[in-house]
Write a protein of this length. Structure first.
Lengths: 472, 104
C-alpha cells in the first residue's frame, strides 16, 4: 500500500516525474552546481522547423502582428519631437485556445502522443489549462487540469472561474482546489494514479514552443519595417514567455533586440494566503511569480526549469493593476481590439517605454489574450469592488495592492518602475549557493562561468557580486 | 427538501484533500487553518441525496468519490457592471496636448 500522505507523495516526486516525462534530468547535471542547460533544451529534440510544423498541424502560431497606430500617435504626443517608437502587438489571442499558451501546449501534447501516453495533466489556473485541453483534443489525448480556484469561503476570481469553464468546454476533467501550494501534491498524486504525461509549463517542450513566437515576430518586423525589432516587451510570471521569446529572437538572428520583462506590481500580497487570494485582480503576470521565479527558477514542477529569465532579460519593469485596466480600455477604444487584461501587462509597459525611444525605432508587445465573461476588466473590477477594494481615478504610484486600484487620471501618468536587475541577479547567486550548500570560496571556474550564463553576466561580475554578498 | 439525484446525472462533488493538521508546513497561518478542498464534476454512479458520499465517473472516465453537492451547477461568472470611470478613456487620449509644440 503506497503512502498517499502529503509527505509520502512528495518524497516520490522524482520517481513520479521521471515516469510522467520520460526524461531523466540527472543526465544534464554537471559538476558542482552546474547543469547543461543547452543540452537539456536540445533534448527536446525538435528544430525550429519541426516546431513550426507541429504547431501548424494544430493551427497554432502564425498570428498577426498589428501596428497600434493610434496608441503610437498618443505616445509621440507625450514624448515630444523625434521620440516615440512604433508600437506593434502580436495578436496571440488568435491562437486556437485564445492565448500564446497554445504554443507551449502544442509541443507537449505532440510529444505525449508520440511517446504513447493516454493523456496529459497540467497544474494551472491560467490560460495554459485551456491551451492544454484544446491541444489534447487535437491529438486525441485525455486531459486533466488542476486549478487553484477558491478561498476557504468558496469565493473564486471571475477570471479563474472562466478558465475552468473553458477547460470543461474542451472536455477536460477539472480538479478545482482551495488556495495553497499543496496543489502540487494533488498534481503529483494524479500523475501517479493515471500515468498521464506531465504537460508542465517548464519542460524544454513548453519553452521550445514559445521560441516560434520570437522567431515569427522578428520575421514580421523585418518584412514590414526593414529592420529588427529594437525592443520586445514580455509579460513575466514564471519566466517561460520571456525565455522562449528571447531564444526565438536569437534563433532568428535578432541579436541586438532588447528583451524587457514586465510584471504587475503586487508587492505586499502573499500568493499562498487564503486572505490575500481574492484581493488581487491579476492571477498571473505579476511580481508574486515574476520575482521569485527569476531569482530561483528551479522552484517549478520539474527538476530543472527550462524557463530561466535572467539568462535573457535586459530590463525588468513593473506597472500597476490600474494602469493595465486603463490601457486595456484604451486598446479597445483607440485600436478596436477588445482583449483580456492580463495579456495587456506588456502593452501597458510598452506605452511608457515607447516614449523613451526614437520615432524610427520599433517596439513589439508580444501577446494578447482572449476576453469574455469573467476575463474582462468590467468583471474583474466589479469583483474587486465587491471585495471592498477601492477603485477610483488617481495617481497609480499611490496604489496599495489589495487595498485600492488606481485608474490613471490621464494617459500621461502611465509609467514604468524599473526593478533593480543587479539586485535580482545577486538574489539568484545567493539562492544558488544556499540551495547547493556551497560557499563562494569553494566555487570552481566552471561554476563561476555557469553562474555568469545564468544571469547574463561574465565571470568577473559573478566574482565581485559574490564578494560583495560575503562581506555583508 | 432535498430530492434524490438520479444515477447518471451530471453532478459536482466536494472532498477534503488535506485536513488542517495535514497541510504543508510552509503555508501561511490563515491558510493552514482551513482544509484543502477539492471540487470536481462527473456522472453520478448511483442515485443519492445531496450530502451523501458518492462515486462519480468523470468526463474522461475516472472514478472519484466525495460528498455530493448538486446536479449540474451553473456557471455564474459574468461581465459585471460597466466601469463608468473608464467611459472617457478615448477622449482622454485625444486631448493629450503635443509636447514641445509639435503639430499633431
Amino acid at each position: 500500500m503506497k503512502d498517499m500522505s502529503y509527505a509520502g507523495v512528495m518524497a516520490r516526486k522524482n520517481e513520479i516525474m521521471k515516469k510522467a516525462l520520460r526524461m531523466d534530468y540527472e543526465e544534464f547535471e554537471g559538476e558542482g552546481l552546474t547543469f547543461d542547460y543547452e543540452g537539456m533544451m536540445e533534448k527536446a529534440g525538435y528544430s525550429m522547423e519541426d516546431i513550426r510544423n507541429i504547431q501548424r498541424s494544430s493551427s497554432v502560431g502564425d498570428t498577426p502582428l498589428i501596428e497600434l497606430k493610434n496608441l503610437t500617435a498618443a505616445a509621440r504626443k507625450l514624448a515630444g519631437p523625434g521620440k516615440g517608437a512604433r508600437i506593434f502587438i502580436k495578436d496571440e489571442a488568435s491562437n486556437p485556445s485564445g492565448s500564446f499558451k497554445a504554443r507551449r501546449a502544442s509541443v507537449s501534447c505532440y510529444y505525449a502522443k508520440q511517446k504513447g501516453y493516454e493523456g496529459v495533466i497540467a497544474a494551472t489556473s491560467g490560460n495554459y489549462g485551456a491551451a492544454v485541453a484544446s491541444q489534447a483534443n487535437m491529438r486525441d489525448l485525455k486531459c486533466i487540469i488542476v486549478q487553484e480556484v477558491y478561498d476557504s469561503s468558496r469565493v473564486g476570481q471571475p477570471e479563474i472561474l472562466e478558465k475552468g469553464r473553458k477547460c470543461e468546454a474542451y472536455g477536460a476533467e477539472v480538479l478545482q482546489l482551495t488556495v495553497g501550494p499543496e496543489l502540487f501534491y494533488v498534481f503529483l498524486r494524479t500523475l501517479e494514479e493515471t500515468g498521464f504525461f506531465n504537460a508542465s509549463l517548464y519542460t524544454p517542450f513548453g519553452i521550445a514552443g514559445v521560441e516560434t513566437l520570437g522567431y515569427e515576430l522578428t520575421e514580421q518586423v523585418r518584412r514590414c519595417c526593414g529592420r529588427d525589432p529594437d525592443a520586445v516587451v514580455v509579460t513575466n510570471a514564471g519566466g517561460g514567455n520571456l525565455t522562449g521569446t528571447a531564444r526565438g529572437l536569437l534563433k532568428a538572428g535578432a541579436m541586438e533586440t532588447r528583451v524587457i520583462g514586465a510584471s504587475v506590481d503586487l508587492q505586499g500580497l502573499h500568493m499562498a494566503s487564503d486572505r490575500d487570494f481574492n484581493r488581487k485582480s491579476f492571477t498571473t503576470g505579476h511580481t508574486g511569480f515574476g520575482v521569485p521565479f527569476c531569482t530561483w527558477p528551479d522552484r517549478a514542477d520539474v527538476p530543472r526549469n527550462a524557463a530561466r529569465p535572467l539568462r535573457y532579460m535586459d530590463r525588468y519593469v513593473t506597472i500597476t493593476q490600474g494602469e493595465v485596466f486603463y490601457m486595456t480600455e484604451a486598446l479597445a477604444q483607440l485600436e478596436g481590439l477588445e482583449r483580456g487584461p492580463a495579456g495587456n501587462t506588456s502593452l501597458t509597459a510598452a506605452f511608457a517605454i515607447a516614449q523613451e525611444m526614437e520615432e524610427d525605432q520599433v517596439l513589439v508587445v508580444q501577446e494578447t489574450e482572449y476576453t469574455g465573461a469573467g476575463k474582462h476588466l468590467t468583471a474583474q473590477l466589479t469583483f474587486a469592488r465587491e471585495r471592498g477594494i477601492e477603485v477610483r481615478r488617481g495617481n497609480p504610484r499611490e496604489q496599495i495592492p489589495g487595498e485600492n486600484i488606481l485608474l490613471p487620471s490621464d494617459p500621461s501618468v502611465i509609467g514604468v518602475q524599473d526593478l533593480d536587475l543587479d539586485h535580482l541577479r545577486r538574489s539568484y547567486l545567493k539562492n544558488s549557493l544556499k540551495r547547493n550548500g556551497l560557499q563562494s570560496s569553494e566555487l570552481l571556474e566552471k561554476e563561476l562561468d555557469f553562474l555568469g550564463l545564468e544571469i547574463k553576466k561574465n565571470r568577473d561580475y559573478v566574482r565581485s557580486a559574490l564578494k560583495e554578498l560575503e562581506s555583508r | 427538501m432535498n430530492r434524490k439525484i438520479p444515477a447518471r446525472a451530471w453532478v459536482q462533488i466536494e472532498s477534503v484533500v488535506l485536513r488542517p493538521e495535514e497541510r504543508a508546513p510552509n503555508v501561511p497561518e490563515e491558510t493552514r487553518e482551513c482544509p484543502l478542498l477539492l471540487w470536481v464534476k462527473g456522472f453520478l454512479k448511483e442515485e443519492a441525496l445531496p450530502g451523501d458520499t458518492v462515486e462519480i465517473e468523470t468526463i474522461i472516465g475516472r472514478a472519484l468519490s466525495g460528498k455530493l453537492l448538486e446536479e449540474n451547477p451553473p456557471y455564474e461568472h459574468d461581465f459585471g457592471r460597466p466601469i463608468t470611470e473608464l467611459l472617457t478613456v478615448k477622449e482622454e487620449f485625444r486631448r493629450i496636448p503635443a509636447k514641445g509644440g509639435a503639430s499633431q
